[in-house]
Every structure is written in structure tokens, then in C-alpha cells.
Design a protein around this ligand. Structure first.
Ligand code: ASP
Length: 456
């Protein structure tokens, strides 16, 4: 096992659970303000306030170290999170629906280059941005999701269109984009999603893969889509520039299906299994009554996986970066939404948990959840629904249910990540088992609070 992973998991265990925030200061770039916000969003404190309505957001969980985050970038990310909270708050404060607040907040984060969603989406193995998103309305249990789209500036809006304007729950790839066009949603050139930082992240992942001796993976064929593809024509080459970022492009012809990779992906090497903490490292603080006392069983190697997608080979960091929001409105209705570029170096066609209802996104009349982390685990453990099911069937307080699933069930499985969640009473939970999660909260008083790390 990787000791660094173990210690990361340990740090995560110490962090975890839920909280509800007292209105402790506003998000500010000043150090004092940031520290106050970190303290307000500490994950080991019990709820103190029960708001009638509010919004919680995340901008991804992972190994986020203070050393690797420059003050400028930290300030910019806190500002973007604050802006997202304020966008959602503006909706809720005038009596708007939780679904509208969720999509308003997510749209802000999708438009930011700092988060792995929309504009800042990571590249897949073939140098393509493939975006996933989902929304769910707790009151009606209507849901909409899209996966593997390449030309949608705000995938969260398309997920909502699928929910509201189609008889379906999930649409993928070209079909989803054709549906977008049929609804009057413009497609953007794939170059819109190019950012140098994400491109370099992919290059590092590819180099690491090569160094580890993984079988040379196929490079996908350049897309034949009517819009400019984002992938390079040769491996390692950045995509040709030319489109103005943000420019919307109406294709002259219908989007034709993307070409799949030329050959099937050879099986990769077995992954180094993620190891959870030893029993002595189990948290003593924030543990819930449902946390079993038996030792955490080491995770097993994940069959069929090769290199862990999403890991930065230079820093060793997992940077998941998905964005999400959950909200409770004045009417007492909950909603959840999640949007992501997936994981760096993911294989062509891979779909994560974000658009899978019950895995990365879920809302019903009593509980709403949005997740971020290593999606394969969140899918197999149906994390979002599991949390809400524990609230429903076991009558557990939401913070306990969420903490148990993230810090016990997932840790045992070796799955890294976190969730944000709200219940109908306004309780908030934001457990994560990694060293950090970009997160924020706002309620009636309109004071945005954002945090990144576990400890102030
Ligand atoms: N959960 C996302 C996925 O697996 C990744 C993330 O949270 O950033 O696609």
C-alpha cells in the first residue's frame, strides 16, 4: 500500500462528519477570514443551527495540501465558491426553487477554469473532454442526466433539460447533444474546454503511465464531429487552437458520431490497492453510533483497473474537482446536482458516478446528496442513495448516515472522496475521507462560508 495514501485516509477519517454552521463570518480572501471559515466548516462538530432553507456546494474532494495551493489560487477558488453560493442564495432568498438554486450555483462553477466541470474539465486519455452531469428534484423524484458530452458549455443545464423536456432520465454522447440542439441549446466548440493546466495534467499522467510500463494505450481517432475536436492529432500534442473560448458554434451539419479508439484497450496492470487506515487510526472524534468497532478491512485490488485515474503523478495528489450543490428551499423541497469532467486520463467512454442517479447524485423528499471522488467506488456502493436510505430506513440523522458511508463503508472499500448533503430540516453534512474538499454553505442570513481543508 502507499503510505501516503494511508496517511491521507487517516487524515480524512479525522475530518469527516457533518456540521451545520453557525453564521461565523464571511468568505474573504483575508487570512483571518479564511481561518474563520475553515473553523466554521470543521467537519467534527455537531450541528448548531438549523436553518429553514439553504444551499451547500462542493468543488471537489481530494488531497489538497496548503503547500500545493498558492495564495492566489486559493483566493481565486474561494472567490469562485463564494460567487456560486451567492448565485444560489439569490434564487432561494426570493422564494425560488431549490432546483433553480442548485443549477445557478453549479453554472458558476462550471464557468470557472478552477473546477473540474464545464470550462475546467479534465482531459481523458485521448485528450478529449467528456462531460457528465445530473440533477434530481427531491419533491417529484424527477431526474435528468447526461454523460460523455463534448460540446455543452453547461452540462448541468442539459441534464435539467433532459429531466424537464424529455421522457428520459439519462442521455449520452451524440444523442444528448442532438437533444440539446433540438431544445435550442447551442453547442460550443470543443476547444472551449482547453486549459493549459488540465492539458499538462494529462501529459503527466500519460508519462507516469508510460514509466510504469503500462501497455501502450490506444490513442483515440480524431473526432469526426462537425465541431472542432479537442484532442490532438498526435499523442502529446496540444489541440490546435483557434476557437475563441466561450464562442458558441452552430454546426453546419449534424454532429456525427465520434470514432471510438482503433483497438480495444489491453488489460492494464493491477492497481496498487488503496489501503485504509489501521484500526488504531480510526477516529475517536466525530464517530457515529453506527460506526462499527471492528478493524477496517484493507481494500482489495480493483480488478481490471490499471493506473488510478485522477492521480497527479508529480504531486501524488488526487484532485477530483467535480462540482455539486444541494439545496433546501422555503417550501421545504430539496434538490441535488453534480457536474464533472470525470477523471484525468480516464478511458474514452468512461462514465463516472456524477450522472448516475443514486451514486453521485440523489434527492428525495427527505434527503439530497451530491458526491465527489473516485467515481467507480461511488457507483458500486451507490453512495448517494445509501446515505438517504439510511436516513429513511434507519431513521439516522443525516450527518451520521453520511459520515458512516464516507468514513466507514467507503474507507473499507478504499474509495476516496466526499459528499455534501442536506435534509428537509436543514441539517447539513459534508463528510470527506481525503485531506480536503472545496466546500461552502449559505443560509437565510446570506453569509457565505467556504472551506477547503480539514483543519482551520
Ligand atoms: N466523481 C467524479 C468521477 O469519478 C470525479 C470527481 O469527483 O472529480 O467522474
Amino acid at each position: 500500500m502507499s503510505p501516503s495514501f494511508s496517511s491521507r485516509m487517516h487524515r480524512g477519517l479525522l475530518a469527516s462528519t457533518a456540521l451545520l454552521l453557525a453564521p461565523l463570518g464571511c468568505a474573504t480572501s483575508s487570512q483571518a477570514g479564511a481561518a474563520r471559515d475553515e473553523a466554521a466548516l470543521r467537519t467534527d462538530e455537531p450541528p448548531r443551527v438549523k436553518p429553514k432553507w439553504g444551499l451547500v456546494i462542493h468543488g471537489g474532494a481530494g488531497v489538497i495540501s496548503r503547500e500545493n495551493l498558492t495564495p492566489e489560487r486559493e483566493a481565486a477558488m474561494r472567490a469562485a465558491l463564494t460567487q456560486a453560493l451567492q448565485a444560489g442564495h439569490a434564487v432561494l432568498a426570493k422564494g425560488g426553487r431549490s432546483m433553480d438554486a442548485v443549477t445557478a450555483a453549479i453554472r458558476v462553477m462550471e464557468d470557472s477554469p478552477y473546477f473540474n466541470a464545464g470550462k475546467g474539465a479534465v482531459f481523458n486519455h485521448d485528450g478529449v473532454n467528456e462531460l457528465d452531469a445530473a440533477v434530481m428534484d427531491g419533491k417529484t423524484r424527477m431526474a435528468g442526466a447526461v454523460a460523455g458530452v463534448h460540446h455543452i458549455q453547461n452540462p448541468i443545464d442539459l441534464a435539467r433539460l433532459v429531466m424537464e423536456k424529455s421522457p428520459h432520465v439519462m442521455m449520452v454522447g451524440d444523442g444528448a447533444e442532438a437533444f440539446a440542439q433540438s431544445q435550442g441549446m447551442p453547442l460550443v466548440d470543443a476547444k472551449y474546454f482547453y486549459t493549459e493546466e488540465r492539458w499538462q495534467g494529462l501529459q503527466r499522467a500519460l508519462e507516469q503511465e508510460k514509466a510504469k510500463g503500462a501497455p501502450p494505450a490506444e490513442q483515440g481517432q480524431p473526432s469526426t464531429q462537425g465541431l472542432s475536436p479537442a484532442q490532438p492529432s498526435a499523442p502529446g500534442q496540444p489541440p490546435a487552437q483557434g476557437a475563441t473560448p466561450g464562442q458558441t458554434v452552430t454546426p453546419a451539419q449534424p454532429v456525427t458520431p465520434a470514432q471510438p479508439p482503433a483497438s480495444a484497450q489491453p488489460p492494464g496492470q493491477p492497481a496498487t490497492p488503496a489501503q485504509p487506515s489501521s484500526p488504531s487510526q480510526l477516529p475517536t472524534q466525530g464517530a457515529t453510533p453506527t460506526t462499527p468497532t471492528q478493524p477496517v478491512t484493507p481494500a482489495q485490488p480493483q480488478p481490471g483497473s490499471s493506473l488510478t485515474p485522477g492521480v497527479d503523478p508529480i504531486t501524488g495528489d488526487h484532485k477530483f474537482g467535480t462540482v455539486g450543490a444541494v439545496a433546501l428551499d422555503m417550501e421545504g423541497n430539496l434538490a441535488a446536482g453534480t457536474s464533472t469532467g470525470g477523471m484525468t486520463n480516464k478511458r474514452f467512454g468512461r462514465v463516472g458516478d456524477a450522472p448516475i442517479i443514486g451514486a453521485g447524485t440523489y434527492a428525495d423528499e427527505r434527503c439530497a446528496v451530491s458526491a465527489t471522488g473516485h467515481g467507480e467506488f461511488f457507483i458500486r456502493y451507490t453512495v448517494a442513495r445509501d446515505i438517504c436510505a439510511r436516513v429513511e430506513y434507519q431513521d439516522l440523522p443525516l450527518p451520521e448516515a453520511a459520515s458512516y458511508v464516507i468514513n466507514d463503508v467507503l474507507v473499507k472499500a478504499g474509495g476516496e472522496g466526499g459528499v455534501i448533503a442536506m435534509d428537509r430540516q436543514g441539517h447539513v453534512a459534508m463528510p470527506f475521507n481525503s485531506s480536503g474538499m472545496y466546500r461552502g454553505y449559505i443560509s437565510e442570513d446570506g453569509t457565505p462560508t467556504v472551506a477547503i481543508f480539514q483543519q482551520p
